[in-house]
Design a protein around this ligand. Structure first.
Ligand code: PLP
Length: 761
């Protein structure tokens, strides 16, 4: 069974937060309903509340071995971090010498709360000190030599016991030796958030000055945490007010949170309580999950060394898959994992893995699976089974290969597929009846995926063709040729030697066949001297019916969405581009879909009609009789405004059109339900990838058009532009961009489900 709609969620994101354990939730509820007193009140209800609070504190102190140190309840670790840094820096400031330069040190893989708070408090307190990241090695272990060199001049050092992305732990005892031999008086904070319940701590036996903790990482609710402060460490209240917590942290206490923590501490302290597994057991669980991952994704790479990590975190990458793709897959299978750090989920790569010096692709594709120490064997079994279901869906949609030569269970491909890497596109056309495939502009990053696709679908590659010699990236064509087309004779761009032409007295264009279609080669120099455009046409084909028969025009960079290919390379020629644009206009219809080599703006495809509507230069060439000389002048002005690089990318055309995104009608789950009841014409299109759709779809969303097939869908529905399509995806972002792209091409009634399935189930 593939559809996991009815199956319970598998939660493997404990390092972001944990569910509240039922016993802890019951205790919190009772503290809200019965033991709800204010610990500062002197009546019996207040005294009972205070007793609960002090019992929780005592249990925490016992568990962590705090000795004479203070343990103050806070709202969470971030507050504990502020308290620690503020306390240390105020004390350090009073000892600073005017002529000396200072630093503050933090581990390069620290949670952002640490460096950001350091910078914040240095600025607020007007302290001049360099904020320096302590490098880590490939295992995530701090560079002790660096610490030895830097600590003598440092006001404070912040390290972490266990990393939240990788689970990597530091050996606190050797770290202490290094720090104290370099500077016996430096204030030392250890972020212990991810260590609680996973590694034993005996704080009094160390010289750690400050240690913040957070309840929601260990089955307590959000909003409760605590911070340990060594008895001899300086302290300044971070919150002043009514004098609660013996005047150390004001504000009426979060008693329900404490009640929940109290139960969790009790369980951790009771040797006979089996709620939490010991580290041997957790290590066994990790192995079972890791074995399953290896079985399902044989090429998997683990980003954390298990020898240097707590057993509850696995960080991995699958070659050929972005972390977003794996997240989408797992989310569809009802498995929750995270990419990089949940606290910085907008960042598409992991600064932690970058700091460890891992290859860029591993950092970009990183997935974190983390579980809490209360996980059970039954839950591990369920997780492993679900991972297998998820990977099966990938096998069926030919994203990964299995051993079977039977393709009957595979989703059969037919038609056009748009694959992308960054803003560059590779186009694949498959003719399912003849089992032939054609690949245009193969990107090297996609070769593995293309290879898997060809093998899995048992396709014969007819040709792999570049539309021009790309300036911004290497073509992946050679690799495909070596593997599939070694015997084929072709030109430098991969156009096969052919004797087939469509012609009249004036012109002659070479063609090749793929299934029932013909591919026509138009020489369209300009952007580069070798640029060609490839027209995929229905048959029978003649030069006279060419515009009507052309379904897709692969114009490379000659016509880009919102722009024209730049003509300021050595082999460029704007005069040739002028003529090439006219040739394309003569050979395609105004609605033929133009499939470019780049999609800088998430527009998928375009047409001459759409481009002329927003690209004045193109309009002037094609409709207004602009002279060649004037075109050359305008084009050269345009190219001179071109920013050569955006990030690491060379932009292949100056944007001249408007990229204003149109306002798309948005539904929420309720209004969509009403609309569908009222109007039978409202149709839902699920635009997730086929494996996501297979794993999780309701009866309602009967049509699946993944983003990779959107261009084909647009081509096939040119006559349905007035239909009320409602696009739906996981979170509402893919559906939004797809709806905007369709709207731009004339689908006036297209709309999308805001917030996606995530908010409608
Ligand atoms: N430190 C680490 C290592 C963490 O993992 C987190 C949360 O992810 C924090 C600090 C911040 O904790 P909180 O959000 O509970 O304040």
């Amino acid at each position: 069974m593939n559809n996991t709609t009815e199956l319970p969620q598998i939660y493997l994101d404990a390092n972001a937060t944990t569910p509240v354990l039922p016993q802890a939730a019951a205790a919190a509820l009772s503290a809200m309903e019965t033991l709800f007193g204010n610990p500062s009140s002197s009546h019996i209800t207040g005294l009972q509340a205070k007793h609960l609070m002090e019992q929780t504190r005592l249990r925490a102190k016992t568990l962590l071995g705090t000795g004479e140190g203070k343990l103050i309840f806070t709202s969470g670790a971030t507050e504990g971090i502020q308290t620690s840094i503020l306390s240390a820096l105020i004390a350090a400031k009073s000892n600073m010498l005017a002529e000396q330069s200072y630093t503050v040190l933090y581990g390069a893989t620290e949670h952002k709360a640490v460096p950001e708070s350091l910078k914040h408090w240095l600025s607020v307190l007007d302290i001049t000190a360099d904020v320096k990241a302590i490098p880590v090695d490939e295992f995530g272990i701090l560079d002790h030599q660096f610490i030895s060199q830097q600590a003598p001049n440092a006001l404070m050092i912040c390290t972490m016991a266990v990393n939240n992305e990788t689970g990597v732990f530091q050996d606190l005892s050797t770290l202490e030796d290094t720090i104290r031999s370099a500077n016996p008086d430096i204030y030392w904070m250890v972020d212990c958030v991810q260590a609680l319940g996973k590694t034993a701590l005996d704080l009094q036996s160390t010289s750690i000055d400050y240690a913040p903790f957070s309840g929601h990482k260990l089955y307590a609710p959000k909003g409760i945490g605590f911070v340990y402060i060594r008895d001899s460490a300086p302290f300044t209240s971070f919150i002043a007010g009514g004098g609660q917590e013996s005047g150390l942290r004001s504000g009426t206490e979060n008693l329900p949170g404490m009640a929940a923590l109290n139960v969790i501490f009790e369980m951790l302290l009771c040797p006979n309580d089996s709620t939490f597994s010991n580290s041997e057991q957790l290590t066994e669980y990790r192995q079972q999950i890791a074995d399953t991952l290896v079985e399902c994704f044989p090429a998997i790479v683990f980003n954390n060394s298990f020898n240097h990590s707590v057993a509850t975190t696995i960080n991995f990458a699958v070659p050929g898959f972005s972390s977003k793709e794996i997240m989408d897959l797992f989310d569809a299978a009802n498995i929750r994992v995270s990419s990089g750090s949940a606290c910085s989920s907008k960042v598409s790569r992991s600064f932690v893995l970058d700091a460890m010096g891992l290859p860029a692709w591993q950092s970009e594709a990183a997935i974190r699976m983390s579980f809490g120490p209360a996980i059970t064997q039954a839950e591990v079994n369920a997780a492993c089974l679900r991972i297998k279901i998820a990977s099966n869906a990938l096998t069926q949609s030919c994203m990964i290969l299995d051993d079977s030569s039977d393709i009957s269970d595979k989703t059969q491909l037919d038609g056009l597929l748009q694959l992308r890497s960054g803003a560059s596109c590779t186009w694949v056309y498959v003719d399912s009846s003849s089992k032939q495939a054609l690949i245009i502009d193969p990107l090297p990053e996609l070769i593995q995926r293309l290879d898997t696709l060809l093998q899995c679908q048992q396709l014969t590659l007819v040709a792999a063709i570049d539309t021009h010699g790309h300036a911004d990236h290497q073509s992946g064509r050679e690799q495909l040729v070596e593997r599939y087309l070694a015997k084929q004779q072709s030109d430098v761009l991969g156009w096969p030697v052919t004797q087939e032409y469509i012609e009249n007295l004036a012109q002659q264009y070479q063609t090749i066949r793929i299934g029932s279609k013909q591919l026509v080669r138009l020489p369209t120099p300009g952007h580069t001297g070798d640029s060609i455009s490839l027209l995929l046409c229905s048959t029978p084909l003649t030069l006279d019916n060419l515009p009507q028969q052309t379904q897709y025009a692969f114009c490379g960079d000659t016509i880009l969405m919102g722009s024209l290919g730049r003509t300021n390379f050595d082999s460029s020629c704007s005069m040739e581009l002028f003529h090439s644009l006219k040739l394309i206009r003569d050979c395609i219809s105004s609605n033929t879909l133009i499939c470019a080599s780049h999609d800088y703006n998430n527009e998928f495809t375009t047409s001459l009609e759409a481009e002329i509507g927003r690209n004045n230069l193109l309009k002037a060439v094609l409709n207004e009789g602009l002279s060649v000389a004037h075109f050359q002048q305008l084009k050269s002005q345009l190219d001179s405004n071109l920013n050569d690089e955006v990030g690491t990318e060379i932009i292949c055309g100056a944007f001249v059109g408007s990229c204003d995104k149109s306002k798309i009608k948005e539904y929420d789950a309720k209004s969509l339900e009403v609309a569908m009841k009222q109007d039978k014409g409202v149709m839902i299109i699920d635009i997730r990838e086929p494996h996501e759709y297979a794993l999780n779809h309701s009866q309602q969303s009967s049509l699946n058009v993944p983003l990779t097939r959107l261009v084909q869908f647009i081509q096939q529905h040119q006559d349905d532009k007035d239909k009320q399509w409602v696009l739906v995806c996981r979170s509402g972002s893919r559906s939004m961009i797809a709806a905007q792209a369709m709207h731009r091409l004339g689908f006036q009634q297209v709309s999308h489900l805001k917030g996606g399935y995530a908010l409608s189930s």
